[in-house]
Design a binder for this molecule. Structure first.
Ligand SMILES: C[S@@+](CC[C@H](N)C(=O)[O-])C[C@H]1O[C@@H](n2cnc3c(N)ncnc32)[C@H](O)[C@@H]1O
Length: 407
């Protein structure tokens, strides 16, 4: 074992080293150094001294597995789940919840600066989840035939391979999923390679079984509150809800605008969106099935840019370059980017803000995925020439109706 090595020479696979952990990178791995050479180690806490074994060496960094925590951090806590460390679903159960929130807050700030080039944007304090376990209303189980023990595994991918960890319970899943999980285990699919989706469907929303819905119902009201506050503080009278799913944001924001339109590729989600709007008696909006890439140009031309806001809630991959270029060219007054992946958010904000076409006014992170590496963010972008925002006090309240044409 080597404790000190002042060179930047790569360590050898299999070698054991004692490391001081200085940081947690986005994704959850701790950062230590052997001399100048960076080593990533999962399940550690900044400030700890740990004994690790090198598992993989690249040109610029190495990966290691944790053998022993020699000097634990006061922020280290006992993970609640017996599969933690093996299952790839959670990265942070060993970290006190307040520290998870602080770590993710800093990761978002750093990604926006490093990837987005947005050094001057102040990231607001992370909105924590009041219930950091038992919050997930949807889990996707995988099945895999284990040849060595001759039985089917039903669970989640391991953190270090494509093998499936057999699980009887999941600590971050909604308790309402415990019984469906027992049933899925009692009557598993006939063979490996199949997925089993378990969900608790949200009350008051029609959601087809395979369609998207936000997966943390506990923090969802806060997400809506933040987005309403941003839209209410802006100049928009018309809203385009891009990647609208079952119409969630368009419907939640409908009373703040004169008209809204949602676009979504999943036709069953669009049918549900129409039913969700009708169930609330909304008459100022509509939903279209189609690809954003094809439908957005016409939707943006429906209302004057100076009175239009666009909400973008894309998949983790973010928005395609052509969509970002279209938004820059058409110039709606406000963009509300809701993202579940801060790295693609940072990349897209970098494009949108080039040449000061858009300016990020607020970035609000929300911990919709406690115990995991993931984080949700809302970014409020304005055109520099858009009317100044209204005072935040009172924002988010319904607007008095204007005599404008309904969609
Ligand atoms: C993160 S979800 C957001 C859904 C919705 N905003 C909500 O809050 O429930 C992203 C949605 O984008 C849809 N989608 C993915 N690619 C698309 C595309 N090219 N055009 C239109 N919709 C797409 C997915 O089907 C999914 O419903």
């Amino acid at each position: 074992m080597s404790a000190t090595n002042l060179s930047a020479a790569p360590p050898a696979v299999g070698a054991e080293h004692r490391l001081a952990i200085t940081d947690l990178a986005f994704g959850g791995e701790g950062v230590g150094r052997i001399g100048e050479f960076v080593v990533f180690v999962p399940f550690v806490v900044p400030g700890e001294e740990v004994l690790v074994q090198i598992t993989d060496v690249k040109r610029r960094f190495a990966r290691a597995r944790l053998l022993q925590v020699c000097r634990p951090s006061p922020d280290r806590v006992t993970p609640r789940c017996r599969y933690f460390g093996e299952c790839g679903g959670c990265q942070y159960q060993h970290l006190a919840y307040e520290r998870q929130v602080a770590v993710k807050q800093r990761q978002v700030t750093e990604l926006l600066a490093r990837v987005g080039g947005l050094n001057t944007v102040t990231v607001e304090p992370m909105r924590p989840c009041p219930q950091p376990y038992g919050y997930r209303n949807r889990v996707m189980l995988r099945t895999q035939w284990d040849k060595t023990c001759g039985r089917l595994h039903l669970g989640f991918l391991r953190q270090d391979s494509r093998l499936v960890v057999d699980v009887e319970e999941c600590a971050i899943a909604d308790p309402g999923l415990a019984q469906p999980l027992r049933e899925a285990r009692a009557h598993p699919p006939p063979r490996g390679g199949l997925k089993v989706l378990l969900r608790v469907l949200p009350e008051g929303w029609e959601v087809p079984w395979d369609s998207f819905f936000q997966n943390n119902a506990v923090l969802l009201p806060e997400l809506v509150r933040v987005v309403r506050e941003c839209l209410g503080a802006g100049p928009a009278r018309h809203l385009v809800d891009v990647y609208c799913g079952v119409g969630f944001f368009g419907i939640e924001l409908a009373d703040l605008v004169d008209s809204f339109v949602g676009i979504e590729v999943d036709p069953r989600a669009i049918q549900a969106a129409r039913a969700n709007a009708a169930a609330r008696g909304l008459t100022n909006g509509e939903f279209q099935a189609g690809r954003v890439e094809e439908a957005l140009p016409a939707l943006l031309r429906r209302s004057p840019p100076a009175a239009t806001a666009v909400i973008l809630d894309p998949p983790r991959t973010g928005c395609p370059p052509a969509t970002l270029e279209l938004l820059r060219a058409e110039g709606p007054a406000q963009l509300l980017y809701v993202s579940c992946h801060p790295a693609t958010l940072a990349r897209d904000l970098n494009v949108l803000s080039q040449g000061q076409v858009y300016k990020p006014l607020r970035v609000v992170p929300l911990d919709m995925f406690p115990q995991t590496q993931h984080v949700e963010c809302v970014a409020d972008l304005r055109r520099p020439d858009s009317p100044p925002p209204a005072a935040v006090a009172g924002a988010g309240e319904p607007r008095p109706a204007l005599p404008t044409a309904r969609a």
